[in-house]
Design a protein around this ligand. Structure first.
Ligand code: ZN
Length: 186
């Protein structure tokens, strides 16, 4: 595929959907993400899970959100509906950006027989926090960015809408529905 896409599913973890930092709004994106992930696998588009896996001393825990998605706990596991398969990739992170001091960039560069992914398709949580910071780092590294607009959510509608606008304006992200994205896999 010319765009050499990779799907990155961010923080679809128990703590963000049903646990410590649960957002009711997170639930309606689950079937859309399930469709995105399944179609990606079918078309050999790599699927990467970018998951919070915190230590209790992480700044995000101590200065802002309190304990959540602690490494090794149930809360830090991907929700049952979107379980990774053996051929998927899992990259743990300890702050908002999936790139910050993680192996995500080398992984992306190793895909497509070493040609590297060119486009990242982002889904998950939250539009204005981890999606935004991961998009920023993807932009700085030269990746094209697609946001699955019905596959991302935030704590409020306002946060979600402003988040999408910001992603489009600042990182030139393409805002597309899951169905539009899937059509491009074919
Ligand atoms: Zn976190």
């Amino acid at each position: 595929m010319e765009h050499r896409p990779a799907v990155i599913i961010i923080d679809m973890l128990n703590d963000f959907v049903t646990g410590k930092l649960a957002a009711k709004r997170a639930e309606h994106i689950i079937p859309n993400l399930k469709r995105l992930i399944e179609e990606a696998r079918k078309h050999d588009v790599p699927v990467i899970y970018s998951n919070d896996a915190h230590y209790p001393q992480d700044v995000e825990v101590t200065r802002k959100w309190g304990s959540h998605a602690v490494k090794g706990t149930k809360g830090a596991e991907v929700i049952p509906e979107l379980q990774p398969l053996a051929k998927d990739y899992i990259v743990e992170k300890r702050t908002y950006s999936g790139f910050y001091e993680t192996g995500l960039d080398p992984l992306l560069r190793s895909l497509y027989k070493g040609e590297g992914a060119k486009t990242v398709i982002l889904g998950g949580l939250h539009t204005n926090i981890c999606i935004r910071h991961t998009a920023a780092d993807a932009f700085f590294r030269g990746y094209n960015i697609i946001i699955a607009k019905d596959g991302v959510e935030a704590f409020t509608q306002e946060d979600h809408e402003q988040g999408l606008k910001y992603l489009e304006y600042v990182y030139n992200a393409k805002i597309m529905t899951v169905d539009e994205i899937i059509r491009e896999f074919k």
